[in-house]
Design a protein around this ligand. Structure first.
Ligand code: PMP
Length: 361
C-alpha cells in the first residue's frame, strides 16, 4: 500500500490521523526538551505534567466523581483478570461473573485458577454468545459482579448495565471505553486495555473507587496491588511513557476535536446504524447477533460461503478497506468501528458491500 487505508482492525486498531500527525510532529523534540518522548525520564516534570493532564482529561470526559482514582498499568487487560480477584477476594468470598463471550470466560477462568469461589450469574454460551443475557441470578453476598461491557470477538454489547443492588460492578471495557457516556457510580472498578479505543498497546486504564481501594488485601506483591500503584500516581515503577502520552493525545482529540462523549456516541451510533442497515438490507449478509445486543464497536457477520468470505476480505483490502476478517474462533467477518474510525470509512465500506452483492449475490 502506498496510501493509508481505512483500518477496521479489532485491536491494536485505528488511531485518529490528527493524533498520528501530532506524534510525528513532536517525535524528535518533546515540548522543548531536545529529546523524544521515547527518551525522557518518567520522573521528568514534562512527563509528570503529561500524565496528570491525561488523568484530568479523562476525569472531565467521564465526569468521574472525586472518589475515583485513575491508574495506568501494564500487562494488558489480561493482567486485570487475575489482579481483580487477587485484590478483592479472600477465603470464603464469592464473586459473580457473567459469561458473555471469550474474554468474559477467560476472566472467570483466571479467578477460578486462583482458587476463588466464582458464581456464574448469567451466561449466553448456550447460543454461541449471540446475545446479552437478561435474567441474571446475582448471589446475595458477592464481593463484586464482573461483566465484559463489549464482547470484541462475538460482537455484542450491554445496552445498559444491570442493577446489582449495590454490589460493585467490575467491568472490562477494553473494547468500548469512551465510546459513549456512562454513569460511573455503580462501578467499583473499570479496566480497559488501551489498544482499541484509547491509544496504542502497552497501557491499561484502571479506574477504581475509593471504597474498593480501601478493601484491597494486604501482603500482595506490590506490582499486583492496586494500592501501590494508586499511592504513587501510577509511578510505582516505570510507566509505559509513550503509550500514556498517546492516550493523552487521543483524549485531547475526543474532548477538543469531537466535542466530548455525547458527540462521540452520536458519531458511533451513526456509523453502526449505517453498517447494520447495509447488512440488513441484503439477504446476502448474515449478522451473527441478536438485534438488541448488537455492538456499536464490533460488527460480526457471515456471508453465504467461506469462499465468498475470503473473497470479500481480500477484495475489500484491495479497495483500501482493511481488517474485516472475523476472529478465527468465530469465522466470517468482523468490522470494528472504534472511535477513530470515520463516517467516511463506513460510507466507503457500505458502498463496497453493495457493489459486492451486486456482483456476487
Ligand atoms: N478483554 C477484552 C474485551 C478484549 O477485547 C481483549 C483483547 N482483545 C482483552 C480483554 C485482552 O486484552 P489484552 O490483550 O490487553 O490483555
Amino acid at each position: 500500500m502506498t496510501e493509508r487505508i481505512h483500518n477496521f482492525n479489532a485491536g491494536p486498531a485505528a488511531l485518529p490521523i490528527q493524533v498520528l500527525e501530532r506524534i510525528r510532529e513532536e517525535l524528535l523534540n518533546f515540548q522543548g526538551t531536545g529529546m523524544s518522548v521515547l527518551e525522557i525520564s518518567h520522573r521528568s516534570a514534562v512527563f509528570e505534567r503529561a500524565l496528570n493532564e491525561t488523568v484530568a482529561r479523562l476525569r472531565r470526559l467521564m465526569r468521574l466523581p472525586d472518589d475515583y482514582q485513575v491508574l495506568f498499568l501494564q500487562g494488558g487487560a489480561s493482567t486485570q483478570f487475575y489482579m481483580v480477584p487477587m485484590n478483592f477476594l479472600s477465603a470464603g468470598d464469592v464473586a459473580d461473573y457473567v459469561d458473555t463471550g471469550t474474554w468474559a470466560a477467560k476472566a472467570m477462568k483466571e479467578a477460578k485458577l486462583l482458587g476463588h469461589q466464582v458464581h456464574l450469574a448469567g451466561s449466553s454460551e448456550d447460543r454461541k454468545y449471540s446475545y446479552i443475557p437478561e435474567n441474571i441470578n446475582f448471589s446475595r453476598d458477592a464481593v463484586y459482579v464482573h461483566l465484559t461491557s463489549n464482547n470484541t470477538i462475538e460482537g455484542t454489547q450491554w445496552p445498559e448495565f444491570p442493577s446489582t443492588g449495590g454490589v460493585p460492578l467490575v467491568v472490562d471495557m477494553s473494547s468500548d471505553a469512551l465510546c459513549r457516556p456512562v454513569e460511573v457510580k455503580p462501578f467499583g472498578l473499570i479496566y480497559a486495555g488501551a489498544q482499541k479505543n484509547l491509544g496504542p498497546a502497552g497501557v491499561t486504564l484502571v479506574i477504581i473507587r475509593q471504597d474498593m481501594l480501601d478493601r484491597v488485601k494486604v501482603n500482595l506483591p506490590s506490582m499486583v496491588s492496586y494500592q501501590s500503584h494508586a499511592a504513587k500516581n501510577s509511578m510505582y515503577n516505570t510507566p509505559p511513557v509513550f503509550a500514556v502520552y498517546v492516550v493523552g493525545l487521543v483524549l485531547q482529540w475526543i474532548e477538543e476535536t469531537i466535542g466530548g462523549l455525547e458527540a462521540m456516541e452520536r458519531i458511533n451510533r451513526e456509523k453502526a446504524a449505517r453498517l447494520y442497515e447495509a447488512l440488513d438490507s441484503h439477504n446476502f449478509y448474515r449478522p451473527l447477533v441478536e438485534k438488541k445486543s448488537r455492538s456499536l464497536m464490533n460488527v460480526t457477520f457471515r456471508l453465504p460461503t467461506v469462499d465468498l468470505e475470503k473473497e470479500f476480505v481480500s477484495e475489500a483490502l484491495a479497495e483500501g478497506l482493511g481488517g474485516v476478517k472475523g476472529h478465527r474462533s468465530v469465522g466470517g467477518c468482523r468490522v470494528s468501528l472504534y472511535n477513530a474510525v470515520t463516517l467516511e470509512a463506513v460510507r466507503d465500506l457500505t458502498g463496497f458491500m453493495k457493489e459486492f452483492v451486486r456482483r456476487r449475490g
